[in-house]
Ligand binder design. Structure first.
Ligand SMILES: Nc1nc2c(ncn2[C@@H]2O[C@H](COP(=O)(O)OP(=O)(O)OP(=O)(O)O)[C@@H](O)[C@H]2O)c(=O)[nH]1
Ligand SMILES: [Mg+2]
Length: 275
């Protein structure tokens, strides 16, 4: 019997908040598992996504933008726990935040792949060449990709190059495994994404989401009851909105996204409760 070699590696995705890390993760693994928004600090914990292609398996780890006080991440970098780092830049935005990343990246021996994201938004392409020269002086990298994570431009090349450079190693996850998140977490994250979209300022970050009796179900039910736990009546009024329009929008968008992810009809019953 011919034994086919397996190749495996883990990749950490780093970059400032809003650079498009979660968008890129979703594009790379071909399924939306990490929530996205135009506001900062959307991702608040590390999310794993697995890419499978034949004998290749890649574990991508999406991170929050602000990792500077996250000892787990910092130590894992110092201990060289990843095969590569994808360091994502929002176009030619480079300021003290990127410099802070460089300081951390200088403490590891992990090879860095630089991703210049959102190229669809760069009209004047002549800025690119001088910018690449600037980057060469700022940070040591082995590859540079210019992509649009949102519009899936040139992103396939990232998977291909990484596959080509993976070490021979047994796959760590079953073929159909795509994320470390449980169905309950995915459900909450999808609802959180809608809440961030329709509510302003810091309120979305103050809401706790509870899924009612979810653990009773082995698979996701068609009727889901959730509680949004908040601090006071004012917050409740804001979430409901004038003529309940805000709540309706949150419900509608959440239902559509949950249906898309779980591929079944969903009726979301949202209750708001003051803690
Ligand atoms: N035009 C354009 N927009 C993009 C692209 N990639 C991401 N975005 C947008 O940028 C915003 C931020 O994307 P996210 O993927 O949530 O960014 P993030 O780096 O994960 O942000 P945090 O989770 O807060 O750290 C969203 O509005 C995305 O739609 C791109 O290639 N082109
Ligand atoms: Mg994110």
């Amino acid at each position: 019997m011919k034994i086919i070699s397996q190749y495996y590696g883990s990749i950490l995705i780093l970059g400032r908040s809003n650079a498009g890390k979660s968008t890129l993760l979703n594009t790379l693994i071909g399924k939306k598992i990490s929530i996205i928004s135009h506001k900062i600090n959307t991702t608040n914990y590390s999310i794993t996504g697995i890419y499978n292609k034949g004998s290749y398996q890649i574990k991508y780890i999406d991170t929050p933008g602000n990792i500077f006080y996250n000892n787990n991440i910092i130590n894992s970098l110092k201990n060289n726990e990843y095969n590569y780092i994808l360091f994502i830049l929002d176009r030619n935005k480079w300021n003290f935040i990127e410099n802070k990343f460089v300081k951390i990246l200088n403490q590891t021996n992990i090879p860095i792949i630089l991703i210049l994201n959102k190229i669809d938004k760069i009209n004047n392409k002549s800025i690119l060449l001088p910018y690449i020269n600037f980057l060469k002086n700022k940070i040591k990298f082995i590859y540079l990709f210019m992509v649009s994570a949102k519009y899936k431009l040139y992103t396939i090349d990232i998977n291909n190059i990484i596959c080509k450079n993976l070490p021979k190693k047994k796959h760590q996850y079953p073929k159909n495994y795509i994320t470390n998140q449980t169905e309950e977490i995915i459900l909450k994250e999808i609802i959180r994404e809608s809440i961030i979209k329709y509510l302003h300022k810091e309120l979305p970050y103050l809401i706790d989401i509870k899924v009612f009796f979810y653990k009773k179900f082995k698979i996701i039910p068609n009727k889901i009851k959730i509680f949004l736990l908040i601090k006071n009546i004012n917050q409740k009024k804001i979430i409901i909105g004038k003529n309940a329009t805000t709540l309706k929008l949150i419900k509608y968008r959440s239902e559509k996204s949950i249906e898309k992810f779980f591929k079944k009809k969903i009726n979301l019953n949202i209750w708001i409760k003051i803690k």
